[in-house]
Design a protein around this ligand. Sequence first.
Ligand SMILES: Cc1cc2nc3c(=O)[nH]c(=O)nc-3n(C[C@H](O)[C@H](O)[C@H](O)COP(=O)(O)OP(=O)(O)OC[C@H]3O[C@@H](n4cnc5c(N)ncnc54)[C@H](O)[C@@H]3O)c2cc1C
Length: 451
Amino acid sequence: MKTIVLGAGVIGVATAYYLSERGCDVTVIEREPGVALGTSFGNAGVIAPGYVTPWAAPGMPAKLIKYLLKPTSPLIFRPTFDAAQWRWIARWLRECDLARFRVNKQRMQRIAYYSRNCLHAFRAQHAFEYGRSQGYLQLFRSDYDLELAQPALDVLRDAGIVYRELDAAACAQVEPGLHWSRVKPVAGVYLPDDEAGDCARFTRELRAVCESNGVKFIFDTEVLALEAAGGKVTGVRVRPVPGREARNRREQRRAPAEVLRPADLSEPAANAAPQTLAADAVVVALGVESAALVAPLGVRVPLYPVKGYSATLPVVDEQKAPRAALMDESLKTAITRFGPYLRVAGTAELGNHRTTLREQALQTLMKVLDDWFPHAATPSSAQFWVGRRPMVPDGAPLLGASGVDGLWLNVGHGSTGWAMSMGSGRVVADLIAQRAPEIDLDGLTLERYRR
Ligand SMILES: Cc1cc2nc3c(=O)[nH]c(=O)nc-3n(C[C@H](O)[C@H](O)[C@H](O)COP(=O)(O)OP(=O)(O)OC[C@H]3O[C@@H](n4cnc5c(N)ncnc54)[C@H](O)[C@@H]3O)c2cc1C
């Protein structure tokens, strides 16, 4: 079966991998010159199925109002006239109810645990390095924040997930670098089975595995529209990204197998007309851009971009640096160790579609690092990044059938797409290959927005 995967973030590449394992003829289309250059590039790297939590949670609306009034805040909100933003917020508020929270969290955990199993099975077959570390420590700065975490802890307890509640001294035993912290946590929660790793590095390695399975990658190519006839998607309209032709031709001379282009390669960019690539099945994995592409076919996906930021720094003092992944629960900012580097990531900025760096967000990241690991890295060495999380209001991704024949979704992974990537890719590939998915998909498809 000829399948086209749109988007080469971690979600698209994981889907391509499982489709190739199912014997499909797979082509991936991406507008960037490589894989994982969108939201999958600079994320916090945490794979914590026990912790995956909808942002719509009891107490969150009050907490957000409090955040908006603070200078150092994990939340930035720019109200706009965009009706989609207000629809998204209204639905998000409805999902903050305790009963909804529990349902949503359990759905997210179902796909996240499955995904971790898929990742482990994959790793047993393909051993490559991607900055992996074991264990995940949540730090609480105040009793109020600890109290807000109780519903999430109840879900962990009910599900039998292994976790330990720690005092400040025990936190420093797990992460000895905390002995040098400027602030002390009132408490911590440690999840020993959770892990972290560099998502972009993993995706690059996964691309190589895909290519050895015969997957074709077409880079520097923009998806313009879906083509449909008789209620079925038949192909994808694409066009080379203008201005990248000269560089691509140079790359092709260097590494012809790595960079493929759809059009006649001798055609100059300015004259390159859009063209249609035919397919039996098309998987949309365009992250935040997915909703706009499927809307003309009547497929309504309640996706909204929520910007986040990260800083990556080389570790300068091993003893005073984190060993694995931590989360400052109060400022919703993660600190993760990737080999010789550490990454600080967080902030939710709603209402801004542009990918410009915002000083206020970068200051929050650097403050969190300075509070917990002041001697681990040199602030001036920080490489900053901004990405857009593809968020749905209730948290769980939308996997599988779109309602239009031949069109499949793998979207809406929000703040936990890396943690859900392998499982989501496998589920969607199984559905396309007409195999029964290994997990129950109730609440993980677009169907829940049609009820
Ligand atoms: C600050 C931050 C921290 C995060 N931390 C974590 C974490 O710790 N753990 C976790 O699990 N997740 C985390 N996430 C979320 C995670 O990064 C995302 O859920 C995940 O990367 C989404 O992957 P994706 O493949 O759907 O999207 P993307 O990686 O954005 O991939 C979509 C691709 O589609 C391409 N594309 C878009 N439109 C077009 C078009 N028209 N034509 C061609 N190509 C197109 C884009 O260039 C892009 O490469 C974090 C996100 C942020 C921002």
